[in-house]
Design a protein around this ligand. Sequence first.
Ligand SMILES: [Zn+2]
Length: 298
Amino acid sequence: MNNPIRRVAIAGGTHGNELVGVHLVKHWKSAPKEIQRASFSTELHLTNPAANKALRRYIDQDLNRQFYVEDLNNTGLMGCEQQRAKVLNELLGPKEDPRIDFVIDMHTTTANMGTSLIFNLNDPFVVGMAFYIKQKMPNATLFFNPRTRLEDNFLMSVGRLSGLLIEVGPIAQGLLNYEVYSQTQSAVYHGLDYIEARNTGQYLDLPSQLSGYKFTEKVPLPVDEDGEITAMIHPNLQDKDYCEIAPGDPLFITLAGKTIYYQGESSVYGAFINEAAYYDQNIGLSFMEKIDIVLNDK
Ligand SMILES: [Zn+2]
């Protein structure tokens, strides 16, 4: 590999009420050997302490949407998370020429998504990491949304290679849950092992292609003329993340008990179904498409 990874940052609490990442960071601060590997250094960061203290996802804005270069350089953006993003950009970046090579950002979801490996950069090192973790954790789901680092506003895009977001659920906001904690922990260990293997030139027998999902659209909850929610996720769809939604399948059920059906012309797949964090925008779920992800360094 031309550019070995020298500095890795593990982030927790980017959303302040996602406590698994917060407590993994706290745990590793007292047990740093667990995240040490010989060929690179690993730093731990509690990324949104104000929101974490308030046990809220954010104070003013979603921190994980604040990392466009133009926003980081815009001194007029002075909300809590907008300022925090600038601090993190100094600490880990700057995005234009980052100190940190790779960011692993730990999140949780209230949706039944199991362990999802979210990555946005179509780079063989990044895709290879997701494939490696999937090999070790076969139940994990690959969630790939290709875009360049500069097109990406996630925290992990501040590293030299846009990193890995580990999203594990279901878990309520503000809770710890050992299953979710240990799945997140395992995914991080495999990610670090992968970096170590690549840095030291070990041969990894990775598949050349795996299937995964790509985000296509956010689907709003039905609302009335005053913007009040009039329906909720249909019980047949609840907890069916990554399952197929065919034309005519139930999507929502109104407060009066009437089913609202999916009207699209072709099948889609659901994710973030009934995600509590998206009620601030009245979003009911995301639609995804199933894709083949190719590892290009064979
Ligand atoms: Zn999150």
